[in-house]
Design a protein. Structure first.
Length: 115
């Protein structure tokens, strides 16, 4: 009996953790997903898994996708995600060997995404 209760409580705790996080208030699900992809691309560049040119191309594509989202005052953070993606993309071309500004904007994007 105790074992069954312990298993049930463990499952409830795991499910409650899954419910935490997610899309922040003021952000559309689409912008959140695009932002998460941008974080992954930036991390791949920082880890030297992809080149600056490849990261720039992928981030430019994501920037176009976020720009195509409908504007809404309810989703004001969508534009913040786009700004940080554009900034990282620009820094990849301008400061290829200076990771500090890229990492700084990557962390700002992660903060907006709640990660």
């Amino acid at each position: 009996m105790k074992r069954s209760i312990a298993v049930i409580l463990t499952l409830v705790m795991c499910l409650s953790l899954i419910g935490c996080g997610g899309v922040p208030d003021g952000m559309s699900k689409s912008a959140y997903e695009i932002g998460v992809k941008a974080l992954k691309i930036t991390d791949q560049y920082i880890d030297a898994d992809i080149s600056a040119d490849e990261a720039h191309a992928k981030l430019s594509d994501l920037s176009d996708r976020i720009d195509s989202l409908p504007y809404s005052t309810e989703n004001i953070k969508d534009r913040m995600v786009g700004i940080y993606i554009d900034s990282i993309s620009y820094e990849l071309i301008r400061f290829q060997m200076d990771y500090s500004s890229i990492v700084e904007d990557r962390d700002k994007l992660a903060n907006v995404l709640g990660r």
